[in-house]
Design a protein around this ligand. Sequence first.
Ligand SMILES: [Zn+2]
Length: 174
Amino acid sequence: VTQTLTLYVLDAAALFSQWTLQNPDGSLLTTPSVLNELVNRPSQERAQHLISIDRLRIETPGPKHVKAVKKAAEHTGDLGVLSTIDIELIALALQEKGLNKEVTIVSTDLSVLNTAALLGIGILDPRKRMKHLVRWRLKCPACDHEEDFVAVHMECPVCGTEMKRKASDKRNAR
Ligand SMILES: [Zn+2]
């Protein structure tokens, strides 16, 4: 069994809350625009401290991943309610996931969580005290063939039927 350290991608609400203090393990990541959203001094100071001890990294996602997130959000119907900042944050999580990292997005925004889940990203809602991280897989309704989640629309490589999402790998959240 390979032990992978989870990378947590945080929105402004997560950085604003005490979540980072209550969860001392795992590395943290966010975007420059989320950092700019922190208008209150205690959360700014907490974020700066996390950056200074190398626990929080700030990165901007590439356009390819932004496009992929918009496409997924269009499919779920979340695109109309997601801000540019939200889309960038999910795109950053998707980009890191593409580097074979174990990524969980921490957000209180249901559209952010929903879109992230659709893209196979782990989700955690600190305010709702979500008990499980849900990861998605694809399963063929005709022949039961399973695949890692790569896209919303994918034909079964065995029989050609359109595959469906299924929740898998439910683990206890912190
Ligand atoms: Zn099939």
